[in-house]
Design a protein around this ligand. Structure first.
Ligand SMILES: *Cc1c(COP(=O)(O)O)cnc(C)c1O
Length: 371
């Protein structure tokens, strides 16, 4: 077998994958309506529950063909009952995406906005819930991937429950990297896509959530055909299959990725991402870059770095130099600050980060950029 060029992706997903995950996609052609394939999905759905420590009798996982945003769409359009509201605890781009979904579907919502540089204020969440007894759903993303801020979802979930609401968390950029226990963390619905924490390929996304709520949602207003949570769930329950064509090869890759996930182990994987993050922080600081977010509230998965002031700086050129050497970095604007991001996702380790900083150093020298 030819070896595949290894790129180190420091962008916030898709992430660097192992060769064994890449190769798992190369399989004999199969019609996904075969029993054999349904059997694969059954095991996959059950393994996904294990990643989130979700008890099988209370939770289920529902698969969708699409990028991670499909989960946000599905959860919001499917889980808000008639005459009720959703409260979006919003401190960044991914929570704002949830607000945009509410707007698209004309779902009544409260956009509780706060600084993108900080965690949300729990007092404000509590006050809003007190003043708005018609809030049936509270929503907050676990990790604002655009900044690197980790949100206190356990506390937000507890407040939701105290006020009779369910709690949905977008865990796309943490699940499989930072341990999550849906019961202890007060999460009724979470979500992710295969290409982030699980280190598989893009095209498969999944929602993990409470069966009783999905069943109740059968009677909620239906706002989408393709992206309705109850319909997809019911189809899985009846047939073991996705309602429409699944991303076949991505599913094979995800099954392999889950094998590797359990072999590495939740805690060991968490520790690896953490040391990669520490290496990124060290490299950035040693070179003299400035960062944007206080490390105390960072997820340990994303570092947002400010563009240097030097007029020779060009993100494009530095990006291209790094890219040509096998490293991908990613731009991003936080409020009015121009930044780029270095992320600790994927099948990488400290050595990759050390190698990256050698290349980044060379890039700055090459273009005569001073920090
Ligand atoms: C990556 C990501 C998503 C999904 O983005 P897609 O481009 O649709 O895959 C959603 N939420 C968060 C927090 C993410 O990091």
């Amino acid at each position: 077998m030819e070896t595949i060029k290894r790129n180190v992706l420091l962008n916030p997903g898709p992430a660097t994958t192992t060769d064994t995950v890449k190769m798992a996609q190369v399989v004999p052609d199969i019609c996904p309506r075969e029993k054999e394939f349904a059997g694969l999905m059954k095991g996959l759905r059950s393994d996904l529950l294990k990643v989130a420590h979700a008890p099988e009798d209370e939770y289920t996982s529902v698969l969708f063909c699409g990028s991670g945003t499909i989960n946000i769409d599905v959860c919001i359009n499917s889980l808000v009952p008639e005459g009720k509201k959703i409260l979006v605890v919003n401190n960044g781009a991914y929570n704002s995406r949830a607000v945009e979904v509410c707007q698209m579907y004309h779902i009544p919502y409260i956009d509780l906005k706060s600084s993108v540089y900080e965690q949300p204020d729990l007092k404000a969440v509590e006050q809003t819930l007190k003043e708005n007894p018609d809030v049936a759903v509270v929503y907050c993303c676990h990790h604002e991937t655009g900044t690197g801020v980790l949100n206190p979802i356990r506390e937000i979930g507890a407040l939701a429950h105290q006020h009779g609401a369910i709690f949905i968390s977008d865990t796309t950029s943490t699940l499989g990297m930072i341990p999550l226990d849906v019961v202890k963390d007060n999460v009724d619905f979470c979500m992710a896509s295969a290409q982030k924490g699980l280190m598989a390929m893009s095209g498969l996304s999944f929602v993990i959530g409470r069966k009783s709520v999905i069943e109740a949602s059968k009677h909620y207003p239906t706002r989408s055909y393709y992206c309705n949570l109850y319909l997809q769930y019911e189809y899985f329950e009846k047939t073991g299959e996705m309602h429409f064509t699944p991303p076949v090869q991505t599913i094979y890759a995800t099954i392999q990725a889950l094998k590797e996930y359990f072999a590495e182990g939740e805690q060991a994987k968490f520790a690896r991402h953490r040391r990669v993050y520490e290496a990124i922080r060290k490299g950035v600081t040693d070179m003299g870059f400035q960062t944007v977010i206080d490390p105390k509230i960072e997820s340990g998965l994303v570092v947002s770095v400010k563009y240097p002031d030097d007029p020779n700086w060009s993100f494009e050129r530095v990006h291209d130099y790094c890219y040509d050497h096998g490293f991908t970095i990613y731009p991003g604007k936080i409020s009015t600050t121009n930044t780029f991001r270095l992320c600790a996702l994927g099948a990488i380790d400290v050595k990759d980060i050390e190698d990256f900083f050698v290349v980044l150093h060379d890039a700055l020298n090459h273009y005569n950029i001073r920090l």
